[in-house]
Design a protein around this ligand. Structure first.
Ligand code: FIX
Ligand code: ZN
Length: 418
């Protein structure tokens, strides 16, 4: 029988793993943050933290107020309402509320005062550019991937005009409207000078590819992405399938880039809540199996929103090396499930996955999202290395550093290069 590691060895291992996990810079492979030169698209500061859609959903559990009466208020007023409801009238025990407190604490602010005006005052000293550096350094994040949509009317003209890029913000090309509503998307492509018709003739598909190529080059984006509902399937004649097979996958092969699929979101379950109104559903991963098997020259980055899909996704990744699972997305980004998912993935895949992405919509959130993930990851790793140590296999410091680098972006970078 394997001898359990001594308490002394376990304490040393814990200290070593904590040090490595905290000091390894993260590559955050999916966020909704923006290069500061994209202007107001980059959100930051206390009011934005308080009106994050995760908190809006929780606030409305208590508020006795029609949603529309909330949305017409200024952001400041919305933030005050959520602060009072979620922090003053009740204890901020949820992960999203705790996240605000961790963020403020990491910034050196005294949360116990419960003083919103004083917090606001502190943030006035910053501008976006200096604050970006402050947050990235404090969170030990080396770069973040943005979510960039040519269909976004605010974002598109800024890219078309061009600007001096900050290389800590890497682009990812997001094309949800193209694949989920072809009729509308086709009209837009036509208006932008791409000669697409209604059916999927070779000429139309080639124009869609020209659109994807133009935007990939303009953004210097590194992968193409979409989020999809649980009932996503590759029915042979659907618009989505024809576009994926006739344009998206050939485009990704041309550019040697992965196609990222985020599966399982049910949009607008409660539309009154706007962004906070999306839900989750169980996806049929046969579609992913089919894509990976039928297109071995393509690479698929996949995250799935339902807890029930996680084990199946890992089993699929064991079958297909062109599939890379990533992140604990949205409702899964809570300590209990980060712990569970990280264990399942390590136990089935070793380190050949990406443990987390922040999905931050507000810059400062990278402080809490990575802080909480690092804690959970370190705890699981200590246990896993202790299990190895019980066999006599002692991981070296360099091996631990290599593994953590892989889990926090290194495996992803290798996957991009394959
Ligand atoms: O589709 C996505 O990229 C989702 O992450 C978002 O739509 C969602 O609103 C979000 O912020 C989740 O964390
Ligand atoms: Zn997202």
């Amino acid at each position: 029988m394997n001898a359990p590691v001594s308490e002394f060895r376990r304490a040393a291992l814990t200290a070593q793993v904590d040090r490595v996990v905290n000091s390894t810079p993260v590559l955050d492979i999916h966020t909704h943050l923006y290069d500061p030169l994209l202007g107001d698209l980059l959100l930051w500061g206390i009011d934005e933290l308080l009106i994050y859609h995760y908190l809006v959903a929780e606030g409305f559990r208590h508020l006795d107020l029609p949603c529309e009466n909330f949305w017409i208020l200024s952001k400041q007023r919305q933030a005050e309402i959520l602060w009072n409801t979620l922090f003053i009238e009740h204890s901020p025990l949820s992960e999203a509320c705790r996240g605000v407190l961790t963020t403020l604490h990491r910034l050196g602010l005294d949360v116990k005062q419960r003083d919103l005006p004083a917090l606001r005052e502190w943030f006035r000293q910053w501008n976006a550019e200096t604050y970006v550096t402050h947050c990235l350094e404090l969170a030990n994040v080396r770069a973040v991937y943005m979510t960039n949509s040519p269909f976004d009317d605010i974002e598109r003209p800024i890219w078309q005009k061009g600007f001096l890029r900050d290389d800590r913000f890497i682009a990812a090309l997001r094309v949800d409207p193209l694949l989920t509503d072809w009729t509308r998307a086709a009209q837009r492509l036509l208006a932008w000078g791409y000669d697409v018709g209604e059916g999927f003739s070779p000429a139309t598909l080639s124009e869609v590819r020209r659109f994807l190529a133009d935007w990939t080059q303009r953004l210097e984006s590194r992968y193409l992405m979409i989020s999809l509902p649980p009932d996503f399937s590759c029915e042979p004649d659907s618009d989505c399938t024809r576009l994926i097979q006739g344009a998206v996958l050939p485009h990704c092969r041309d550019f040697g880039q992965p196609f990222a699929l985020m599966l399982g979101v049910r949009r607008a379950v409660n539309p009154d809540l706007r962004l906070a109104g999306d839900g989750v559903g169980h996806s049929n991963l046969d579609t992913i199996a089919h894509l990976c098997a039928a297109h071995p020259q393509n690479k698929f980055l996949v995250t799935v929103l339902a807890r029930e899909n996680q084990h199946e996704l890992c089993v699929l990744a064991r079958k297909f090396r062109n599939l890379h699972p990533f992140g604990c997305w949205w409702f899964l980004n809570i300590p209990h499930l980060i712990d569970e998912l990280t264990r399942i993935r390590l136990e089935l895949l070793g380190v050949s996955f990406t443990a987390q992405h922040s999905d931050a919509r507000v810059l400062d959130q990278i402080l809490y999202k990575w802080d909480h993930t690092r804690r959970a990851l370190a705890r699981v790793l200590v246990e896993k290395y202790s299990d190895l140590a019980a066999t006599g296999w002692e991981p070296t410091a360099a091996e631990i550093e290599r593994d953590v680098r892989d889990l926090l972006g290194g495996s992803f970078e290798r996957f991009l290069k394959t």
